[in-house]
Design a protein around this ligand. Sequence first.
Ligand code: ASP
Length: 336
Amino acid sequence: MSDRRRFVKLSLLTSAGLLAGKGLFAKSRTGFKPAVVKGKPVVIATWDFGKAANAEAWKILEKGGRALDAVEAGVKVPEADPTNQSVGLGGRPDRDGRVTLDACIMDENSKCGSVACLEHIVHAISVARAVMEKTPHVMLVGDGALQFALECGFKKQNLLTPKSEAEWKDWLKEHKYKPVKNIENVLPGGEKNHDTIGMVAMDTNGNMSGACTTSGLSYKMHGRVGDSPIIGAGLYVDNEVGAATSTGVGEEVIRIVGSHLVVELMRQGLDPEAACKAAVERIIARNPEASKEVQVGFLALNKKGEYGAYALQDGFSYAVRSGSVEDIYHSKFHYH
Ligand code: ASP
């Protein structure tokens, strides 16, 4: 059989298998018929600090408000907290001592907005929302993002707190301005050097939205952008299927377009935890050695209101708030 004929035969078999197996391409626009649990809002967010953020989001969700408003309000909590050194005000700077923020937001209509390498503005998430709502674009970066934020009336301020500045100066002494590949293991006292807030929510109408905001990896090269502001990598929402977000070393997430992958796996029938696990396994399959050295965690919510997470390493936590739950959970992980 010629190569071409073999290819055509294989393609037909694969499509037939998919059609028969999962009932994909059956009814709706993208072929997925979700079971929506209307009237039961839920919000989930990365890490322990997600709990306070969820509480803020919940104020909107419990009153029947829109998931988009809830996730924006929720992630603004860690953005404004100067003691949180991985998000917004007080975030650890890049190797030049500049605090540069990455953020994105996505709603139930697949509208999205994003800013990357934004300086001097605490609420990067609100600038991302303004990009979504007030411009014909999806993403603004660096000076352009700052210019736009100022035009919108956001206040310019210094985001580098004395604590983050002092730690950066200490880091400089030892690391001599050299970016370190696995930087998360090198902070004094073994403290982690990253953590992002990624939040996804479903409102009483069964509509989903998500937000993700971070100061990125500490002491990164100036101009480095991680997964967090990249739609599909750090965050993805498909109102027919579910939503996902990520945290950890962004380069690994970008390589597999992680959050989009998690949502597509849910579309194929995987539950949220299984979808997150499969995405983690994809990272491992691509680079088994490197994956042992870094942390990545995925967090997902489907249209039934089910949620789940999975990480490469121990230590990833996430917070959940619904009508019946207000708690922090430890994610399952691959490397024991
Ligand atoms: N994902 C973020 C980044 O790579 C950092 C983090 O989640 O800790 O910029």
